[in-house]
Every structure is written in C-alpha cells, then in structure tokens.
Design a binder for this molecule. Structure first.
Ligand code: UD1
Length: 417
C-alpha cells in the first residue's frame, strides 16, 4: 500500500495539463471490440481503470500496446467471450463489455462488475436495455450471461438517465439490424465522445448529448484513430484545489463548456475565472460559502465532484448544504474531513457543512476515488502535516496526481508503507 505525505498550506501557482477523460476512454475501449481493425486512442491516460480495461481486452484475445501516450488495440484475433471475476471486479466499466462482446460474438459471460463502494449500483437498466434489443440475459453464480442470434434495433426507454446503461445500449446497437432509439438517455459529454468515436469507425449514431439518441445499425465498423475529450472531473479537481489553496492556476486541454455548473459555483464563492479556447484560468477569492450544492445528471453539478466540493465548503465562510442525489453512500470522506477539523453533519443524502476557515493536518484514509482526491486537496490546503493512505483508489482515475500538484507548488510525496 502507498500513502501521500503532505505538508499543507502553500498557495498553488502555474499551469497544469488535463488528461483525456477516464469516463470517455473506458467505453471507447469496449467499442474497440466492435471491429477487427486497428484502433488508436491518442493521449490515453495510464490510470489503473484504463490498465484494468486493457487487461480485459487481453483476456478477450485482443492485442494492445502503448506507443508513447497512444494506446493501440488490435481485436482481429479476439475469440473469448468470458470475463472472469478477478478482472471484472476491478472496475465498474467491465459491464460495458456486455454490449460490445455480445455484438461481436453473439454471446457474453461477464462476472459482476466492481468499482467504487458508494452504495448500491444496480445494472438493471443495462440488462433491460439489452433484453429490448433481443438479447437473452440470465444471471447466476456471480455471472451475467448474454446470448442472441442477432441483435435487433428497438425503442429503449430508460427509467433513469444512466450514463453506463446509455453507453452499453449504444455499444450493443451500433451493429444491430435496424434502428434503436434510446429515450431519457443520459446527456454526459462522454456519451457524445462515444458517438463521435463509433461514427468515425463508420457507425450511424445521432443525438448524443440530448435525451434521445438514435442508432442506425451498420453491418461493419472499421478501425480509427481518436483523441478523447478532456477530463472534466480532473479539471474540476484542480480548480477546486486552487480555490482551496489560494494562488493562480491555469488549466490547459480543459473544456469550460462541460464544467459550467462548477464554474458557476466557483464564481459564486468569489473565485475569478476566465476561459479561452482550451484554457481555464482561476484566481481564488474570499471563499464565501456556496450555500447549496446539489448533484444531478449532466448538465447539473457532477456527483464525481461532490467530495472535492465538500472539502472546499469546509473552509468557506458560512454554511453549505450538500445534497447527493445520485449515489446512496457517497459521504465516506466526511469522517476523515472531521479528523482534520471540519464541522460536518450527514443526514441521509445531505451533508450540512459549517465552514471553519482552515483545516488542520491529520492522518486520513482514502475510501474511494473521488473521496481520496478530496482528502488530498484538504491536506494540501490544511495547516501542518497530513498523510493520505491507500492511493490505489486515487490511481484509478488521476494520472500523475502528485506530480501535477507538485508542479503547482504543493508539498506532496508518495511513499510505500
Ligand atoms: C458513470 C460514471 C461515474 C459517475 C456516474 C454518474 C463512468 C465509467 N462512470 O457511472 O463516474 O459518478 O456516471 O454521473 O462513466 N442505476 C440504476 N440501474 C442501472 C444503472 C444505474 O438504478 O442499471 C442508478 C445508479 O445506482 C445511480 C444512477 O442510476 O443511482 C446513476 O448511475 P449511472 O449514471 O449509471 O452511473 P455509472 O454509469 O455507473
């Protein structure tokens, strides 16, 4: 296991380059199975979730290699349709393979997916969507089995705009016979990226980014090269870091349009923000409390930035109510923030935060990916020395996290324990 040792209290200055979005790259890797031609993902982040997904591609018989920052995938020899528990449990996105593997082989057998422990994370919407397309789905012994002679286009109405279910249905429908229409689809930018990627492969998908996505199935998809959209959650994490520590930071390869809700909140608490082309510039201000932060599907405030935002609220002037509408138990970072002197009460899906001006260094433990990032931000802004233990969570989603923070002036180093 590894931990960060952090000497907090220094302002952040400088520029940081944002990686390609984790949540865009993962479904693209699943889409690579839809062709037997060569796929190149440019600027592919070497985060643990991506490396685990690459491991799954290997298990299916695809060959993969990194050439610098580009990931090259060749699925010509893919022959296996089964993903064992040892691989599937490493990440939630293993479930995307259902749609693409059943499309390629007419069957798929995948152990239940893992991922962050942030409450029940059912996959009923994924499975019901696949059933609507004519896929026979059964569950038992920790596995999901899918089979079909052919996938047929259909109308799929989602009870909730699930990101993963929307993507899984797109993957299954891309080469289906006929047209699929997804209603109440999720609108996240990463879904637009999946549409653009598959269309570059020869697909015919329209409407991603809106509540109705239409997929006209095509017979064959070919190879392509693609640069994924920038990671709005990593960008948001660095913006919040800057708001917490003070100073002036500029992000490059960032997309302000995909972060409008966060930028609005940061302006509300008196941060000065300018955007130009792929840059976002932030100068932190007085840190008035954001009052109310309520997570909701895109374009609302992202649940993946709730933990960092809670850490920020802890050091603002005044009180904030944080409402987590997406996941049931996504406040595991709160007891750790309290160790650092935060004043927070959690009732159900709401956290009531009374700002305390500044936090004090402490030994804390990361319990999940975004919670771990939030604790790291709390520690670099806090007075004194902190440790953040179990970096495996943070490594799932952030490439070179401590290296980038150090580049901005934070005193942070990684040690093995
Ligand atoms: C994706 C993101 C994750 C983000 C989340 C919400 C990826 C790889 N992960 O996760 O970082 O936090 O979107 O923006 O893109 N639900 C069901 N049944 C289902 C599927 C989902 O009830 O079959 C519920 C979930 O329990 C949750 C809500 O729908 O309450 C949203 O989940 P969903 O949008 O599917 O999130 P993920 O795709 O898992």
């Amino acid at each position: 296991m590894e931990k960060y040792i952090i000497e907090g209290g220094r302002p952040l200055f400088g520029e940081v380059e944002i990686q390609s979005a984790k949540n865009a790259v993962l479904p693209l890797l699943a889409a690579a199975v839809l062709t037997d031609e060569r796929i190149v993902i440019h600027k592919c982040p070497r985060i643990a979730d991506v490396l685990n997904m690459v491991g799954i591609l290997g298990e299916l018989g695809c060959s993969t290699k990194f050439e610098g920052n580009d990931l090259v995938i060749d699925s010509a020899d893919a022959a296996n349709h089964e993903i064992p528990s040892s691989l599937a449990k490493e990440l939630r996105s293993s479930v995307f393979m259902l749609g693409s593997v059943v499309s390629r082989f007419g069957r798929a057998r995948i152990a239940y997916p893992g991922g962050c422990d942030i409450g029940l994370r059912p996959i009923d919407l994924h499975l019901n969507g696949l059933r609507r397309l004519g896929v026979c789905v059964s569950e038992g012994g920790g596995y999901i089995d899918c089979s079909c002679d052919k996938i047929e286009g259909a109308e799929v109405v989602l009870d909730f705009p699930s990101v993963g279910a929307t993507e899984n249905i797109i993957l299954a429908a891309a080469k289906a016979k006929g047209t699929t229409v997804i209603r109440n689809a999720a609108k996240e930018p990463e879904i637009v990226d999946l549409q653009n990627f598959i269309n570059r492969m020869g697909g015919k998908i329209f409407g991603a980014g809106t509540a109705t996505v239409r997929i006209d199935g095509v017979k064959k998809l070919g190879g392509t090269e693609y640069t994924p959209v920038s990671d709005r959650i990593e960008a948001g994490t660095f913006l919040i870091a800057s708001a917490m520590c003070g100073g002036e930071v500029s992000l490059k390869n960032a997309d302000a349009d995909n972060l409008s809700f966060l930028l609005h909140k940061l302006r509300e608490i008196s941060c000065k923000i300018n955007t130009k082309n792929d840059k976002i510039y932030i100068r932190s201000g007085r840190r008035l409390s954001p009052k109310l932060v309520e997570t909701s599907p895109y374009p609302g405030f992202p649940t993946d930035l709730q933990a960092p935002m809670t850490a920020l609220a802890c050091i603002c002037e005044g009180s904030t109510v944080i409402v987590e509408n997406l996941f049931e138990t996504r406040f595991k970072h709160v007891p750790e923030l309290i160790r650092m002197g935060a004043d927070v009460t959690v009732r159900g899906r709401s956290a009531f935060v009374r700002g305390v001006g500044s936090l004090k260094g402490a030994d804390v433990v990361a319990g999940d990916l975004r919670g771990g990032a939030a604790l790291t931000l709390a520690a670099i802004s806090a007075e004194g020395l902190s440790t953040v233990t179990d970096l495996s969570h943070i490594d799932r989603g952030y490439s070179d996290f401590e290296y980038k923070l150090r580049g901005l002036g934070a005193r942070i180093r990684r040690v093995r324990i």
